[in-house]
Write a protein that binds this ligand. Structure first.
Ligand SMILES: CC(C)(COP(=O)(O)OP(=O)(O)OC[C@H]1O[C@@H](n2cnc3c(N)ncnc32)[C@H](O)[C@@H]1OP(=O)(O)O)[C@@H](O)C(=O)NCCC(=O)NCCS
Length: 181
């Protein structure tokens, strides 16, 4: 008989810079070096994820999941790109991904963002309100399967205001005094 019982005490908290190496290791294990070529990676390249909108799941000291959100521009308008979302392979299907997603989207909405973009599986992300972006309405800086380009409205009707090229966030380009969204 196996008499070992392991209980998890999972906490979801905002990410901080001390988490970087562990998150990077999770990403390397999940996606390998191919991740650098992904359109979503290029969109985030050189732009720090928003710490207040990026979360880790921890069990004690151990990071067992991560989700990041990074500012982008879509047609010159500020939005977020969500990803990567990764959970520890030995702890999948326990709802950790769901909790990370719910927290990330809730905080984004609280901070006044209207729209979140990602490249991923609609059957998974659909549960959180993501829908396929109308074909051709948003273009990415790299190859991406159009069926996997998804958007989530944090404000009803927001998707109609987001079309055009998705590009890296650049504060100078939009003017520092411009409202958030
Ligand atoms: C995707 C991922 C983050 C989900 O994490 P998780 O903690 O297992 O997620 P949850 O426990 O909240 O959800 C699990 C449910 O989602 C389903 N699911 C997981 N990945 C899925 C996918 N790609 N498409 C559809 N459903 C998926 C599971 O089958 C399970 O379904 P159930 O609730 O009906 O049993 C995790 O599998 C992972 O890290 N994968 C590798 C990295 C990755 O692919 N990230 C997403 C990029 S698109």
């Amino acid at each position: 008989m196996n008499d070992t019982l392991k209980l998890l005490t999972i906490i979801i908290r905002p990410e901080n810079s001390a988490d970087d190496d562990t998150i990077e290791a999770l990403a390397e294990a999940a996606f390998g070096p191919g991740r650098f070529a992904r359109a979503a990676f290029r969109l985030r390249e050189g732009v720090e994820a928003e710490d207040s909108l990026s979360f880790v799941a921890t069990d004690g000291e151990k990071i067992i999941g991560s989700v990041r959100q990074t500012k982008i521009l879509i047609g010159g308008r500020v939005a977020l790109v969500l990803g990567p979302l990764i959970t520890d392979p030995s702890l999948r299907n326990l709802g950790i991904g769901r909790e990370l997603m719910n927290r990330a989207l809730l905080e984004a909405q609280r901070e006044g963002y209207e729209y979140v973009l990602l490249v991923g599986d609609e059957p998974y992300y659909g549960k959180f309100g993501f829908e396929r972006v109308k074909p051709g309405s948003v273009t990415l800086p790299g190859p991406a399967d159009p069926m996997r380009i998804l958007g989530c409205e944090l404000v009803p009707g927001a998707a109609a205001r987001y079309s055009g090229p998705a590009t890296r966030f650049n504060e100078e380009a939009i003017g520092k005094s411009l409202p958030l969204v």
